[in-house]
Design a binder for this molecule. Structure first.
Ligand code: B16
Ligand code: MG
Length: 215
């Protein structure tokens, strides 16, 4: 097999919390009278909270102090966490559990590599906090995607060389991060048009797992 491990992004791959990020940012931007839409939101995929805010503030008419930025990001996160109360195991995206089952049966290690600092809460809410061999998330890293730090840490925690890891991502920044880490990159959803990914699928139900890991 070409790959010995698969590192999954969380938001947009395992569960659709990306919609809740959008709603929370939209409300935060509206409160400040800053233009925001789904196209701008797509640029926030895989990007850290504070970097996301900087992208949103590109459309602001005034400048904000560091303290104001921190309180806006905190307000967004409070709204987001409120929305996360709605998620249950029923929100695990189609095809994900089947994929994990097949990978484990094939002896392939599985990990999470997410920029989100809410990863532990999300995994707990969907009942997947014990489903992975390793987890690396926004709490563990200094540089978020497109920097490869979170994926390299996941690989290290798995004890597998980066070249033997395949990353599954829905963000352009995440595919860039995987490639920067010398890992394989499999694009799903919003990342499907990334030219650097080795393969792509609309969602996990459309993936041939054996083909994906290079059997
Ligand atoms: P938080 P992923 C990323 O998660 C999201 O795609 C991105 O939109 C978000 O800004 C980032 O997590 C930080 O999230 O505010 O919860 O720390 O796609 O890398 O799993
Ligand atoms: Mg994502």
């Amino acid at each position: 097999m070409k790959y010995e491990a698969v590192i999954f992004d969380l938001d947009g791959v395992i569960v659709s919390t990306d919609e809740y990020h959008y709603q929370a940012w939209q409300k935060t931007a509206d409160g400040e009278g800053i233009y925001f839409d789904r196209k701008i939101n797509d640029r926030l995929r895989g990007v850290s909270r504070m970097e996301s805010l900087e992208i949103i503030l590109e459309r602001a008419e005034k400048s904000y102090t560091e303290d104001e930025k921190v309180s806006m990001a905190t307000a967004k996160n409070d709204l987001y966490r409120e929305l996360l109360n709605n998620i249950t195991p029923a929100d695990i995206l189609p095809g994900v559990e089947e994929a994990l089952g097949k990978l484990k049966a094939m002896g392939i290690k599985v990990a999470i590599g997410s920029s989100s600092r809410n990863t532990p809460l999300i995994l707990k809410r969907i009942g997947m906090d014990k489903s992975f061999d390793a987890i690396a998330d926004g709490n563990d890293i200094k540089n978020s995607k497109p920097d490869p730090e979170v994926f390299l840490l996941a690989a290290k925690r798995l004890g597998i060389a980066p070249e033997k890891c395949l990353v599954v991502e829905d963000a352009h920044a995440g595919i860039d991060a995987a490639l920067a880490g010398k890992m394989g990159a499999f694009a799903v959803g919003a990342a499907i048009d990334h030219p650097g990914a080795q393969a792509a699928a609309e969602d996990m139900t459309k993936v041939d797992i054996e083909e994906m890991v290079g059997c």
